[in-house]
Design a protein around this ligand. Structure first.
Ligand code: FE2
Length: 524
């Protein structure tokens, strides 16, 4: 297949979809204006209220966030009475919840869809805790979480996995079943936690309702995804650090610009619904509470002196994809100096973090591929993905200039979005293989989302024209496991045998290491 056919395939896949926005877009926001109502201490539930499991996240040395949501009828608005309901929670140092070290009561309110977040403070650094919720006579599953080591402390090893892109309709979460059984300290999610689309016939699983727009739509969609037992197990076993990509709102949106023909006002109210439902369903800190269509998700986590994550948001503040988006040769717009994926404020925040960092490994946890990749194997022509950093050349150049000037210790970039596995050396000049290597990028495949079989051959054919790309696989779904010590970073691409059945085996498709002080990845 030549590259033009490949281009057409991708264009067809990304083609703009028409969408009619109904009055439902604003309906959900009316809930927020309700007056506080009577607290119901022991409500009667029509069904088990902890249907969405439990979760924890945003670990700090002495604090972690616990999450659950009361939803006896999860796919139909939750099925809760329109009253605040108190929930008891407790934290223990053992898996059987005998050694309780903290307990308290939190309020589940209808304004936040009876979701609950508890910010537990005063914990010991670098240790496991177990937690559980109770409402009336109903008790939740027990979750396990872990605090980060104390800031600056010597920390010998961090084990984590990163995942992204879990289109419900494309298959089963066999990858999460295996991820939940790994020995990890935390999980990082790089976006596309939900997909916004309506149901598609012939798929292994079906979405609950048409393309989502209203707050109620987004809540029901998050609830659908969270009913999955394998996803619940992965949340229950580890703290998660989450960031989003486009499908939490709308395919390939950029700031206030939607994929489809939708007014900016209508899209911003849709974005507000999406962000609010995201906040309600994720173990985020209350500092992330959305203000209308704005939610600050970019944030930093340090693990002793070993590693820090700069968790980025490359959707909310980005300028529009240049040259009309999609896969094509670059037009002048792709080189615009004002173009940005992060927005200026987040960019400066990132540089500040990297300048101040004393960590051995400095991670950018983000969404779209940072490395250049020319999808056209012919030397005289080019094809770049305008939704990736390849469409924002000046922004990437600023970041690379910064890395070259300041030389933060061991930059590693973790990426999702593209539903396939890649390893890149990040080159000062991608067109010159002899130029300096400034860092390493690991791109994780999807949990379930599709990478069309027809794309594999043309990407493979383009690999020789991109010598900084050390690895590519498009055939397998899974997650990426990382083990980081002061001396070495190891990445294992963990892949499952199938997503079309409830059971699958897991194996390591490829492993790469980066040695401390030697930028660039080596296959082992
Ligand atoms: Fe995706």
């Amino acid at each position: 297949m030549d590259s033009l056919q490949f281009d057409r395939l991708l264009s067809a896949r990304m083609k703009r979809r028409s969408l009619i926005i109904g009055a439902g877009a604003l309906a959900g926001l009316a809930i927020a204006s309700q007056k506080p109502s009577r607290v119901i201490a022991t409500p009667r539930f029509t069904d088990y209220p902890f249907s969405l499991g439990v979760a924890s996240g945003d670990p700090l040395p002495t604090s972690v966030v616990l999450w659950t949501r009361l939803a006896p009828d999860p796919l139909n608005g939750g099925g809760m009475i329109p009253n605040p309901v108190p929930i008891q929670w407790q934290v223990a140092t053992d898996a059987t919840m005998r050694q309780v070290v903290q307990r308290g009561t939190a309020m589940a309110t209808p304004e936040l869809a009876h979701s609950v977040r508890v910010v537990v403070e005063g914990l010991q650094p670098d240790r496991w805790y177990w937690y559980q919720f109770q409402v009336g006579k109903e008790i939740s599953p027990i979750g396990r979480t872990r605090t980060a080591p104390a800031l600056g402390d010597r920390f010998a090893r961090l084990r984590f996995a990163f995942a992204s892109c879990q289109d419900w309709q494309n298959g089963y979460y066999t990858a999460y079943k295996h991820l939940a059984e790994e020995e990890l300290d935390l999980v990082l999610h790089l976006g596309d936690y939900i997909y916004e689309y309506g149901p598609e016939a012939g798929k292994p699983r079906q979405h609950n309702g048409p393309e989502i727009v209203s707050l109620e739509d987004y809540r029901n969609r998050h609830a659908l995804y969270k009913t999955d037992p394998n996803l619940q197990a992965a949340h229950a076993n580890f703290p998660w650090i989450v960031t989003w990509d486009d499908h939490e709102v709308d395919n390939n949106y950029a700031d206030a610009i939607p994929e489809d023909d939708q007014s900016q006002q209508a899209f911003l109210s849709r974005r507000a619904n999406a962000y609010r439902a995201y906040y309600e369903h994720m173990p985020l800190r209350p500092t992330a509470f959305p203000k209308g269509p704005d939610l600050q998700l970019y944030r930093r986590f340090a693990f002793g002196d070993l590693l820090e994550f700069n968790v980025l948001d490359t959707r909310q503040y980005r300028t529009d994809q240049p040259c009309g988006d999609e896969l094509k040769p670059r037009c002048p717009e792709a080189f615009a100096t004002q173009a940005t994926l992060t927005g200026l404020k987040q960019e400066q925040w990132l540089y500040r973090n990297l300048t101040r960092s004393r960590s051995r490994w400095n991670v950018l946890a983000q969404q779209v591929m940072l490395a250049q990749f020319d999808f056209d194997p012919r030397p005289t022509s080019e094809l770049f993905n305008m939704d990736q950093w390849d469409g924002y050349v000046a922004a990437r150049q600023r970041l690379f200039q910064f890395l070259q000037n300041r030389q933060p210790s061991n930059p590693v970039v973790l990426t999702g979005d593209i539903h396939s596995s890649w390893v890149h050396d990040l080159k000062a000049d991608f067109n010159n293989p002899n130029s300096a290597t400034l860092g390493t990028e690991f791109v994780g495949t999807s949990i379930t989302s599709d990478f069309p079989q027809a794309f594999i051959a043309p990407v493979t054919a383009a690999l020789p024209a991109n010598p900084h790309t050390k690895f590519f696989d498009g055939a397998f779904r899974g997650y990426v496991r990382c083990e980081v010590t002061p001396q070495q970073w190891q990445t294992d691409f963990r892949v499952v045998s199938t997503i079309l059945a409830l059971e699958a085996t897991v194996s390591t498709l490829a492993s790469f290491v980066v040695q401390d002080g030697q930028l660039g990845a080596q296959r082992i």
